[in-house]
Every structure is written in C-alpha cells, then in structure tokens.
Design a protein around this ligand. Structure first.
Ligand SMILES: [Fe+2]
Ligand SMILES: [Fe+2]
Length: 292
C-alpha cells in the first residue's frame, strides 16, 4: 500500500481580491501575503508537485490543511478545483488548517465546498471530526484542529468532544490490532512550536497518544520537513507544497509481512536538474518495522 503526504499548499492568488472583502483579520493576512507569502508560495511549484504526486499512483493522498491563505470564498473554490485534479475523493483524505477557517464564514464554506473530501464515506449529513477511513491493513483517522483565532494567533484546538471520540477510536483500533495513521494540521505534542502557533490541548492529546500509540502521524503548519520518534509513533511534518525553496512530499510504502509491518518512507523535495528544470528528488529514505 502506498501513501503520499503533502501539506500547506497555500495555493490561492490574492492579486485580484476586492479590498471590501478584507475586513478584520483578513487585512493583516492579505498584507502578509503581499509582503512575503506571494514570493514564497508559488502556484507553478504546486503544479509541478501535483504532477509528481499523481505519478506516484498512491492508494491514498493525505493532505493536512492550509490549502488557502485567508479563507475567502474565491480561494476555497480555487482549492476545490485543485483537489479535483489531484485525486478522487475516495483516494484523497483531507483535514483543514487554520488558514482554511481564517475568518467568520470560512468554516461553513470549507465544509460545503470540500465536503466530499473531508467527509467521504461518512453517514449522510454527519460532518463531525474525527473521520475514519479503513484501508487494507491500516486505519486512517483525521482530526480537525482548525479554528478561527484572534489577530496574530495561529493556534489550534481539538476540544473535549473530539478528544473523547478520538480516544474511543484509538482504543478500538488497538484492541483490533489495527495500525493507525493520524492526520492533524497542528503539531500534536506540547513544545513542538511556539505559543502563538501551538495546539492548545496538546497535553491531552499527548496522554492519548501515550496510551494508544498510532504507527504514524502526519501534520503540517510548520512549513518544514521534520521527523520525530515518540514511543512507537513516527511523527512527520512535511514542508509547504508550494514553497519555492523546499516544496516536498513523502511517499510511504507499507507492506505487512507475517506478524510485522515493513515501512519505507521517502522524502522528495524540489530541485533544479542539469537543464534548469524543476523536479522532485529523493533527499531522504528510511525503512523500519513494527509489530503488526
Ligand atoms: Fe501553513
Ligand atoms: Fe497552519
């Protein structure tokens, strides 16, 4: 089975937005885009990455949020088009990030316009997190930490209801000996980022992860490549998918063999080839085994 992880594409172009749509926090987000982000996150880089990801023929593409910058309807529609050309809803699992639900009204739009990806396979009108997808020998669980925050804050929160549901899901996966891969936008443990960007209930999540450790956790939000071992859990952050300096994605091949599971993870990052063409090259490869 093959998974691909990518995150934080920040794909939208704010060049044509009307100033009337930029009230409150959106003004500062827009100014940040004008000053920095529009030079750092390029649609052309994301297009290259999308082509490379499609060529990997993954069983499941995992996207951990921040598709847009300031949660405007025009951006969320643009992102819906990008999702469609990347993979079908049954082959792409998505959780939202803080930039997707940036301001009032964004969350409703995200749920409506990305719903077929966010809640694929969920019962009818059920649009609550966590969401679960069962693959052959691997259970994917997605949580939402995305919430609208005050100016200059980019924190996330799971909340008690989601933590309780997640606890039940991890417990039942453990009792069924089902390895779990968790998708979350914010870094899951305390101290992984500063107070302005952290997950506010990371301590509660850490306790859960200690009791029922997933095999893998993929997250975003930090915009750099990083791996960390936490007990039996491998925690991976991948750089922003449109970053002009280090756009990346991960390819994870998972093979059950008897009573162990073999993992092979390759990190692929953007680089210039001999003819000055952008391509994605493997910059790191790791293999490991876990009890099945
Ligand atoms: Fe981001
Ligand atoms: Fe983020």
């Amino acid at each position: 089975m093959r998974l691909v992880h990518l995150t934080d594409p920040h794909l939208s172009d704010l060049g044509n937005v009307s100033y009337a749509s930029l009230r409150g926090k959106r003004w500062s987000g827009y100014l940040s885009w004008r000053k920095n982000r529009r030079k750092k996150y390029l649609p052309a880089v994301l297009e290259k990455l999308s082509v490379a990801v499609r060529a990997e023929e993954a069983d499941q593409v995992l996207v951990t949020g921040d598709l847009v910058h300031i949660g405007l309807e025009s951006e969320i529609r643009q992102a819906a088009q990008w999702l469609k050309q990347l993979a079908a809803p049954d082959q792409l699992m998505l959780v939202p990030g803080n930039h997707d639900v940036y301001a009032q009204g964004s969350d409703e739009l995200v749920r409506r316009l990305w719903g077929e990806y966010l809640f694929h396979g969920c019962d009818g009108q059920d649009t609550r997190f966590p969401v679960v997808r069962q693959l052959d020998g691997l259970r994917l669980i997605g949580v939402s930490t995305a919430c609208t925050t005050p100016l200059f804050m980019a924190t996330g929160k799971l909340g008690q209801t989601q933590l309780s549901s997640l606890s039940e899901l991890l417990k039942s996966a453990a009792s069924e000996h089902q390895p779990v891969c968790l998708l979350i936008h914010h870094p899951p443990l305390p101290g992984m980022t500063n107070w302005r960007k952290e997950l506010s209930d990371a301590e509660s999540l850490q306790k859960l992860l200690e009791r029922f450790p997933p095999a893998l956790i993929f997250h975003g939000h930090l915009h750099h490549n990083r791996e960390q071992q936490f007990g039996n859990t491998r925690i991976c952050c991948t750089a922003a998918a449109s970053s002009v300096s280090d756009a990346s994605y991960r390819v994870v091949d998972i093979e059950p063999r008897g009573d162990v599971i073999n993992f092979r993870m390759r990190l692929k990052t953007i680089a210039m080839d001999d003819q000055d063409k952008l391509q994605f090259v493997t910059v790191d490869e790791q293999t490991w085994q876990q009890a099945g």
